[in-house]
Ligand binder design. Structure first.
Ligand SMILES: Nc1ncnc2c1ncn2[C@@H]1O[C@H](COP(=O)(O)OP(=O)(O)O)[C@@H](O)[C@H]1O
Ligand SMILES: CC(C)(COP(=O)(O)O)[C@@H](O)C(=O)NCCC(=O)O
Ligand SMILES: [K+]
Length: 242
């Protein structure tokens, strides 16, 4: 199988064998040209001769059409995920026309009907979702630390910071530190507040920036890099059974 995750910044792919083991995996910036990036990867994909391609995309109709055109040339059946708010593994009252499918799949990949869970996706946006015994209770969306820095850079005259490390939440004494620490605290502080309000929820984090953020959270955090893949596998298993 070939599994694709088209996020706002990166294209992730996984090739898995018959027993679900990952035989190849990578994440690449697509620069809003995912179809062209996929074109360059087709040789690699064809080498493994996958019999199915399952796709999560939050890139919108126009880019999905281009991706569809590229994938059609492979002559391998493929299917885009559609959010199912009444899925047997997890119920959700969130507006299902709006819920991002990567966000939903991450939850589907993590959900455990015996637990209360807080699933945090740290990609281009940071999403924080609460799940109570397999019922999605809703969540929050924040700009990532990088998007926040870009918005300060572009919306102010005297803040000209465009790079540097996000490594502390202590107060800063320079613009550079104040910007990075303030932004990091906005996410870490929100996570701490949400986990304070929901003390019995297991905190699970995934996505490109999960490790940077998790270090400063004052609760035990489970870092998982397999949630979206797991969600894709669960979704397509189910649709084959019905
Ligand atoms: N402006 C930026 N500068 C540097 N790195 C960035 C920037 N925006 C995002 N990133 C990085 O890109 C990665 C995106 O993470 P990922 O989970 O793949 O997100 P998405 O699913 O939204 O594509 C993160 O590791 C983040 O550190
Ligand atoms: C919230 C997101 C931007 C996160 O995307 P990502 O950071 O993974 O690229 C995406 O799931 C999305 O576009 N969601 C639609 C809005 C919603 O979930 O309500
Ligand atoms: K967007």
């Amino acid at each position: 199988m070939l599994w694709l995750d088209l996020g706002n910044t990166r294209l992730k792919y996984w090739l898995t064998d018959d027993i679900g083991q990952i035989v190849d995996h990578d994440a690449k910036q697509h620069l809003q040209a995912p179809a062209e990036l996929l074109m360059g990867l087709t040789d690699r994909f064809e080498r493994y001769a996958p019999d199915f391609i399952g796709i999560s995309s939050v890139l919108g109709e126009a880019l999905n059409i281009k991706v569809t055109e590229t994938l059609s040339r492979l002559n391998i059946p493929f299917e885009f995920v559609h959010v199912d708010a009444a899925h047997p593994l997890m119920r959700s009252d969130y507006n299902d026309q709006q819920l991002g499918c990567d966000r939903w799949l991450q939850m589907l990949g993590a959900v455990d009907k015996k637990k209360r869970q807080c699933v945090i996706g740290c990609g281009t946006a940071v999403t924080i979702d609460l799940i109570d015994h397999a019922t999605h209770l809703g969540g929050y969306i924040f700009p990532s630390i990088y998007l926040q820095r870009e918005s300060l850079f572009s919306g102010t005259k005297q803040i000209t910071i465009s790079n540097g490390a996000f490594d502390s939440v202590g107060q800063g004494m320079t613009t550079q530190d104040a910007v990075h620490r303030g932004i990091l605290l906005s996410i870490v502080g929100a996570i701490n507040e949400i986990s304070h309000r929901h003390p019995n929820f297991e905190v699970i984090m995934t996505g490109g920036d999960a490790a940077i953020i998790a270090q400063h959270v004052n609760r035990p955090v489970r870092l998982r890099d397999d949630l979206l893949l797991n969600g894709l596998a669960r979704y397509f298993d189910h649709s084959k059974q019905t």
